[in-house]
Design a protein around this ligand. Structure first.
Ligand code: SF4
Length: 344
C-alpha cells in the first residue's frame, strides 16, 4: 500500500522508501553518554531511527546534546505531557509520539501542531488499543484514530505517522489491514509488549509478516523485553527473510539427520553468520550436514560447506572446490569467503 511520504530528520518514511527499523533507548534520556552510545550502536546494526522517553526538564535539555552526537532521527515519546512534546520539538527532536486521546487541552494540542509545522517535525499519533472495550474494539480504535487524523488535517498538519498497538497477533493484523484501507499516512507497526527471546520474536514476526508481505507498514519496532540492539537485529532479520532488506547475509543451514557424520553444524552456522555480519559481507552461505543432499540443496548459495566422513567438502555455486579437515573447516570457509569478496 503506497502511503504519503515525507522526511523524518534525514530519513524518508512512506511512499517507496525502505521500511524504517526503529527501537527505543532503555536508559533515561538525561543519561546522555549511555543514550548516545546506545543510539550509535543501534545505528551500526541497522537502526534508522531511535525513540527516547521524555519525563522531565533534564530529558528535554539532553535532546540537544544527543542530537549533536548521533546521525539518525530522534523521536521523543512524551506520554501524557503535551508541554514536553512542544519543548522536545523546540530542543531538536525530529518527531514526537503522542496519544491525543489522553488530552482534554485541545489548545495545547493546537500549539503542538503549530510547533511541529514551524520546526518541520513529525507527529506519531499512537492510539492505545487497551483503552477500548467490548467486541468491536478494532472498529472503535480505527474510528478514534481517524477522528484525530481529521483534526490534524484541519489544522494543515500532514507529517503524521499512525499506530494502534496491541499485544495480540490477530488483532494487530486486523487493525493494520483496516487502517491501511482508510488512511494513506505512513504506519508504524509492531506488537506491543510482545515478550522476550523466541516468545516475543515469534509473536512479533507472526503479526508483522502478513502485513509486510501485503505492503503494509512503513516503520517497524520489534518490542522485546530486551536490549534495543536485539530489537534492531530481529527487525533486520525479519525484513531480510521477507525479501524486504537486501544488505544482510543469508545463511542456509540444515537441521542435520542420521546422514550427518559431523557434530558442529549449528556452531559453524552461527560463527559464519557472526563473521559475515561483522565484516558486512552480504552473500548467501550454505552450511550442510552431509554431502549426499547438502551440495545439491545448497547449490544456490555463493559458497557452502557440507559434512563428509571426518571431513568437510567446500563448494561454490554447487561445485566442489576442496576437502578440508573438521579442525580447519571454519578457517578455510572464512578464507574462501574473503577471497570471494575480493573477486567481487
Ligand atoms: Fe540430513 Fe544431509 Fe539433509 Fe542435512 S543435508 S538434513 S544431513 S540429508
Amino acid at each position: 500500500m503506497k502511503t504519503k511520504s515525507f522526511k523524518i530528520g534525514n530519513k524518508i518514511i512512506g511512499g517507496d522508501a525502505p521500511i524504517l527499523i526503529q527501537s527505543m533507548c532503555e536508559f533515561k534520556t538525561s543519561d546522555t553518554k549511555k543514550v548516545i552510545d546506545e543510539i550509535n550502536e543501534c545505528e551500526k546494526l541497522g537502526a534508522d531511527l531511535m525513540r527516547v522517553s521524555i519525563l522531565d526538564e533534564d530529558d528535554i535539555k539532553a535532546i540537544k546534546i544527543i542530537q549533536q552526537n548521533i546521525n539518525i532521527p530522534l523521536i521523543c515519546d512524551t506520554h501524557l505531557d503535551l508541554n514536553y512534546a512542544i519543548e522536545s520539538i523546540k530542543s531538536g527532536a525530529d518527531g514526537v509520539r503522542i496519544n491525543p486521546g489522553n488530552t482534554k487541552n485541545l489548545k495545547k494540542l493546537d500549539e503542538l501542531i503549530d510547533t511541529a509545522i514551524k520546526y518541520d517535525a513529525t507527529i506519531r499519533i499512537g492510539i492505545n488499543f487497551g483503552s477500548f472495550e467490548g467486541k468491536n474494539k478494532v472498529s472503535q480504535s480505527i474510528k478514534e484514530i481517524d477522528k484525530w487524523v481529521k483534526y490534524f488535517e484541519n489544522r494543515s498538519f500532514k507529517k503524521i505517522v499512525l499506530s494502534i498497538k496491541t499485544t495480540d497477533v490477530k488483532e494487530t493484523i486486523k487493525i493494520y489491514e483496516k487502517l491501511s484501507k482508510i488512511s494513506n499516512y505512513p504506519l508504524h507497526i509492531g506488537v506491543t509488549e510482545s515478550g522476550f527471546d523466541d516468545i516475543g520474536i515469534i509473536k512479533s514476526c507472526a503479526a508483522l509478516s502478513p502485513l509486510l508481505l501485503k505492503g503494509i507498514g512503513n516503520t517497524i519496532r520489534i518490542s522485546l523485553s530486551q536490549d534495543p540492539k536485539k530489537e534492531i537485529l530481529t527487525a533486520k532479520r525479519l525484513l531480510h527473510s521477507l525479501g524486504l532488506y537486501n544488505d544482510y547475509p543469508t545463511i542456509i543451514s540444515c537441521p542435520t539427520c542420521g546422514r550427518c557424520k559431523v557434530k558442529n553444524i549449528k556452531e559453524i552456522a552461527s560463527k559464519t553468520l557472526d563473521f559475515l555480519e561483522k565484516n558486512n559481507i552480504n552473500i548467501k552461505v550454505s552450511i550442510m550436514g552431509c554431502v549426499i543432499n547438502g551440495i545439491e540443496e545448497g547449490k544456490n548459495a555463493d559458497i557452502g560447506i557440507a559434512g563428509g566422513d571426518k571431513e568437510f567438502i567446500l563448494f561454490k555455486k554447487g561445485k566442489i572446490i576442496k576437502k578440508v579437515s573438521n579442525e580447519d573447516a571454519i578457517d578455510t570457509l572464512f578464507k574462501e569467503i574473503i577471497n570471494l569478496k575480493k573477486c567481487d
